[in-house]
Design a protein around this ligand. Structure first.
Ligand code: F6P
Length: 540
């Protein structure tokens, strides 16, 4: 995106009109700014757009690299240029992968084999035929991983709670905070516990330390090397490191260089999802994502949901200087979606150089945050409604639910729609004053209180309606956000598939850890030194 586009977006941004007025003047607005994909509806009418700005944004998409990059992605080009890797997570949800080749390798066969091995493991666990080292059926599985090797399965498992059908209980161990593993192990028996170490690199410190702690627990309970090997699995592309840890080759499910961690829930990283909802429903998750891929690959930009959402995001960041984006699922089961999209979006596009390493002259990814509605309405929605900060929000609502409390679902939907309406229309001083007077206040009391009740309105939001929160629609929803992030990366001309920024903290933690063991002469800045000393003093 050139500097002149930024100028155009910010000058158009300043001319954005009033949404309440726009709805009054155009009875057709909702129909004009609405699209569907895979039966998911996106209502984007409550955005600060009009014909002029929307046309300019459409032109931005047409002039951008979305089309060419999308084609390169499909062809398996190394669009992750800093790591020289293809970006092929979409292939993982492609039903027919026969003959799929990449750099002379039969990827189709590898995917098919991996799917079959995952499915077999899930079936064995469901049938309670995986017996532990003392001959008892496995009752618990600990999934050890972090970032992309955790957030996706954790979110999807939670989202699909009504579909759970596993006799095996699932536990996620991500954080290096020893409290996580200690708490999990406290309730478990090693003889009936299976462990999967999920790490593409098999070098991530948190995962390694948690895996070592669990292995030690097995040893302390009398498990020998053979027993441990029987109880440990891995999903990794670093076979030698997994083998060195003591995991047998037959227990290692593959990961590939052409799948980024945050795009990996469609691979063996999705094993916990398949375990909890069964193989058939896991295939539905893949099918929904594949349907969204087909929409993204084929729909014209004017109707293309990921493209539309990407353009709106760029519009607010570069045309309105917004720095945040709220993600507000009106679904208890989707409460982990904001954390998942945080990694997806912020780790992908939180960059300040383009794919050639040239410094960008514009802002990129937003700060993604949010939680399930209606909880947030009694907390941070105050800021959304009345603060001077503008925070565009995505509201997500499944239309149908499986639980029996249908009236509560109606009330939940009412709140969801009311929030988008309130953000859009706001409340004027005149309306606030009239409201106070109608409540019996004196003229003077009304004038004193009314300014506090004013909501400026004109706050943008999208509403996404899912027919229901099934594996199929969840798959489509996740793929939608993946492609949105992809399009934004293409518009901003950066590499959405590396994450070099996370390395510095990892590098610096090594010498600090050494200092915290008391065995280091390394010198640090005075603040870090003081923190280390205080920590050391507290341990003695
Ligand atoms: O923190 C960076 C990161 O590399 C993420 O991109 C990745 O998802 C996570 O760590 C876990 O990596 P791995 O699967 O290699 O353990």
């Amino acid at each position: 995106m050139s500097g002149s586009f930024i100028d155009q977006l910010s000058s158009l941004g300043k001319q954005s009109g009033n949404l309440r007025e726009a709805f009054k003047q155009d009875a057709n607005r909702a129909a004009r700014y609405r699209t569907t994909a895979c039966d998911i509806t996106l209502d984007y009418a409550k955005n600060l757009i009009d014909d002029t700005s929307w046309q300019a944004l459409q032109q931005l998409a047409a002039d951008s690299k979305i089309s060419s990059l999308r084609q390169q992605m499909q062809q398996g080009a190394a669009i992750n240029n800093t790591e020289q890797r293809a970006v092929w997570h979409t292939r993982l949800r492609q039903q027919d992968v026969t003959g799929l080749m990449l750099n002379g390798e039969d990827i189709g066969q590898q995917i098919t084999e991996c799917r079959a091995r995952m499915a077999a493991l899930v079936d064995t666990l469901h049938q309670q035929q995986y017996l532990g080292y003392q001959g008892n059926a496995i009752t618990d599985l600990i999934w050890v991983g972090i970032g992309g090797s955790l957030l996706g399965p954790q979110m999807a498992v939670e989202a699909l709670t009504p579909y759970h059908c596993s006799p095996v209980k699932l536990h996620f161990a991500g954080n290096i905070d020893g409290a996580v593993v200690s708490d999990i192990l406290a309730g478990l028996n090693p003889a009936t516990t299976l462990v999967v170490v999920a790490s593409k690199s098999f070098g991530t410190e948190e995962t390694k330390q948690n895996a070592l702690a669990i292995r030690q627990w097995f040893t302390e309970h009398g498990a020998d090397k053979k027993a441990i090997a029987h109880h440990f699995w891995a999903t990794s592309s670093n076979i030698s490191a997994a083998a060195e840890f003591g995991i047998e080759q037959k227990n290692i499910l593959p990961m590939w260089d052409w799948v980024g961690g945050r795009y990996s829930l469609w691979s063996a990283i999705g094993l916990p999802i398949a375990l909890m909802i069964g193989n058939q429903q896991f295939n539905q998750l893949l099918a929904g994502a594949e349907a969204m891929d087909q929409h993204f690959f084929n729909a014209p930009f004017a109707e293309n949901m990921p493209v539309i959402m990407a353009l709106l995001g760029v519009w607010y960041i570069n045309g309105h200087n917004c720095q945040a984006q709220a993600l507000l699922p009106y679904s208890h089961y989707l409460r982990l979606l904001p954390s998942y999209v945080q990694q997806l979006d912020m780790e992908s596009n939180g960059k300040s150089v383009d794919s050639n390493g040239k410094t960008l002259s514009y802002a990129t990814a937003p700060v993604i945050w949010g939680d399930a509605g209606t909880n947030g309405q009694h907390a941070y929605h105050q800021l959304l409604h009345q603060s001077a900060l503008a925070v565009p929000a995505d509201f997500i609502l499944p239309l149908k639910v499986k639980h029996p409390l249908k009236d509560q679902h109606r009330r939940l939907a009412a709140h969801c729609f009311a929030q988008t309406q309130a953000l859009m229309q706001g409340k004027t001083l005149q309306e606030a004053t009239a409201e106070c007077l109608a409540q019996g206040m004196s003229e003077q009391q009304a004038q004193a209180l009314a300014p506090h009740k004013v909501s400026p309105g004109n706050k943008p939001s999208n509403t996404l309606l899912l027919p229901e929160l099934s594996p199929y629609y969840l798959g489509a929803l996740i793929a939608l956000y993946e492609h949105k992030v992809f399009c934004q990366g293409a518009i901003w001309q950066l590499n959405s598939f590396d994450q070099w920024g996370v390395e510095l903290g990892k590098q610096l933690s090594g010498p600090i850890y050494q200092a915290l063991t008391g065995n280091s002469s390394h010198s640090f800045d005075s603040s870090t030194t003081a923190l280390i000393q205080q920590f050391l003093a507290a341990q003695s």
